[in-house]
Design a protein around this ligand. Structure first.
Ligand code: FAD
Ligand code: DLZ
Ligand code: SF4
Length: 532
């Protein structure tokens, strides 16, 4: 039975004689979405349901999403609406050209066309929208029922319960709880393979001669082509390359992407999870976050397929555990953390970072080869894999002290899988340490040697990763120590930083001064718009 809460006052529920309006958002494209399920559970016939889906300016523009992200979601929404119609639903689909400004305007439009008794919607993925729905009670004069989103393995109250009384909210312990609770990779109450986590076996660089299958891509059909023309016209000034457009836009296609991953990539996912390559932005990752997050795929089916691949001997435990940890662990954990700590979480800036986002994050015009490639991949694909997001782009933003609000906005608009529930904890918690250590036990700060070890970016870089000081030294090298010195008193309270702090303390004054000077020169060049 779908759990709901009614946001409107009891008096208005007496109106409940008209049709049920099921509002389905752009990231709720699942045939068993709880708003539709609610109608089924309550015996409401299809003929008494109006499904409302709307392409609206407020959602498409609250940040200037990547062109591919808008094209992907609008096309997936239109395909989903078509399938619902084929199943016999009455679907009121408002295309962007209709000029509706907001979801509320879409609801009011539906009210003008139908005699409605109630509005039902599955809880949204972003706090701002939940707050907006709560405000509707004063405006639309209908009961608004908010259904729990059942497309996750846990609901948000489970996280709150788990977090209660804990000093630290570490993902690893949440993940173990999830493995036990959902019986994933468990044998007689113990983790399969004898340990919970095979992260240490997941850190290999890519061999030069390795063969990687090309990712599954799709030719745009007429619906996608129509949407692409719309995006080119209406969102011309948005970030990113629209073409080539190759995303899956239906569940059937998304399942093909998933199958291709399980078949060809999962066996290598563990070994090369952290690797990066100038030649290949996709590597052995699954490329399913777009589809999971908008509802075309379900996390349970993804976990089941991966676990099955282990049991039939198709993939080893380090690969399967490594992958399942991302979906069952990280994905569920960040969502729980988000709803547990919002709205305050969005305001965090524990390191008091104030610098503006450099221009090259929009253009890829930088001499730093790693950043150039990671930004260019982002422009081309609305995708970069986890280590690119974390250890190149994010690492730079952390070391350079970029203001969290600007960083969050960038990550939210550039990736086709980005919604605030998943983007914000990864940015403010994982990369920026802006939450002061709620998510991460220490900042993910690294010098150029990490990037050198895990990629081939340094081989053709203008800078030299082996040099620590001066004009041709890798900027990550001095920026790393500059960051440590700047935050030394805070970091020295963290036992996981002991070794680094001891090294910092041993650094001579001359060397410190040089690091400071190099960093100041770098930041000055950055601020004056020079290509760095
Ligand atoms: P794979 O590497 O194949 O991983 C499998 C799946 O695990 C992903 O599809 C995703 O659903 C899940 N997953 C993996 N890592 C995480 C994580 N840290 N948090 C949540 N889920 C995870 N992921 C998003 O879905 N949306 C975002 O907006 C987003 N923003 C990020 C911002 C930063 C700064 C960082 C460091 C990470 C971010 N991630 C985000 C997490 C991760 O980078 C992406 O999920 C992943 O790169 C998607 O590619 P994939 O499907 O090939 O993932
Ligand atoms: C991301 C997005 C975009 C670009 N456009 C729409 C839209 O026009 N209509 C819609 O219903 N949803 C859209 N979305 C997804 C929403 O922004 C998403 O539902 C919220 O951010 C909550 O996660
Ligand atoms: Fe990046 Fe430094 Fe390597 Fe250049 S040398 S690619 S800036 S890590």
């Amino acid at each position: 039975m779908t759990e709901t809460s009614t946001l409107t006052s009891e008096q208005t529920s007496s109106k409940n004689q008209g049709k049920t309006l099921c509002l389905i958002l752009g990231d709720q494209l699942s045939k068993d979405i709880s708003s539709l399920q609610y109608a089924k559970d309550n015996g409401i016939a299809k003929g008494s349901i109006i499904v409302l889906m709307a392409e609206v300016a407020a959602e498409a523009q609250y940040v200037k999403h990547h062109k591919k992200k808008i094209a992907f979601l609008f096309s997936a929404m239109r395909h989903f609406a078509q399938q619902l119609k084929e199943q016999g639903y009455t679907v009121e689909y408002c295309q962007y050209e209709q000029g509706l400004k907001s979801l509320k305007a879409a609801v009011e439009y539906a009210q003008s066309r139908y005699e409605l008794g109630e509005i039902v919607v599955t809880e949204p993925g972003e706090y701002r929208l939940k707050a907006e729905f709560e405000g509707w009670q004063n405006d639309v004069d209908l009961p608004v029922k908010l259904c729990t989103d059942q497309r996750f393995l846990t609901d948000t109250s489970f996280f709150a319960q788990w977090a209660k009384g804990r000093k630290q909210l570490r993902m690893e312990y949440f993940y173990r709880e999830m493995r036990k609770r959902h019986h994933v990779l468990m044998e007689d109450g113990e983790p399969v393979g004898g340990q919970w986590n095979f992260d240490k076996s997941n850190r290999q660089a890519l061999p030069e001669d390795i063969d990687i299958t090309a990712p599954k891509i799709f030719t745009p059909d007429s619906i996608s082509q129509e949407v692409m023309a719309l995006v080119e016209k209406e969102f011309a000034d948005h970030f990113g390359a629209l073409e080539p457009f190759y995303f899956a836009v239906t569940r059937e296609q998304a399942l093909q992407v998933l199958d291709e991953f399980i078949e060809n990539r999962l066996p290598w996912f563990g070994d090369y999870q952290d690797a990066m390559s100038e030649q290949d932005p996709w590597l052995f990752h699954s490329h399913i976050s777009f589809y999971l997050n908008c509802g075309l795929l379900n996390p349970q089916e993804v976990i089941d397929l991966a676990e099955h691949a282990y049991h039939i001997g198709h993939a080893r435990i380090n690969a399967v555990e490594g992958f399942i940890r991302q979906v069952l662990g990280w994905r569920e954990y960040v969502r729980g953390l988000y709803w547990h700590l919002m709205p305050d979480y969005a305001q965090n800036n524990a390191l008091n970072a104030k610098r503006d986002l450099p221009e090259f994050f929009w253009t890829a015009k930088t001499e730093m080869n790693c950043l150039k490639h990671c930004v260019q991949n982002t422009i081309d694909n609305a995708y970069a894999h986890h280590i690119q997001r974390l250890m190149v782009l994010g690492n730079f933003m952390l070391l350079a002290g970029i203001e969290p609000k600007q960083v969050n906005e960038w990550y939210l608009l550039v990736y086709a899988d980005a919604y605030e529930w998943v983007e914000l904890p990864n940015v403010s918690g994982m990369i920026l340490f802006a939450d002061g250590g709620i998510l991460a036990s220490k900042p993910y700060a690294a010098s150029g040697s990490y990037i050198h070890k895990m990629s081939n970016y340094c081989q053709s870089c203008h800078y030299n990763v082996k040099e620590k000081q001066g004009a041709t030294a890798c900027p990550f090298n001095y920026l790393y120590w500059n960051f440590i010195f700047e935050h030394q008193s805070m970091l020295s309270k963290n036992p996981r930083m002991n070794l680094v702090i001891r090294n910092a303390q041993k650094t001579s004054n001359d060397k410190r001064e040089q690091i400071k000077r190099d960093s100041q020169i770098f930041f000055k060049a950055l601020a004056s718009g020079e290509t760095v």
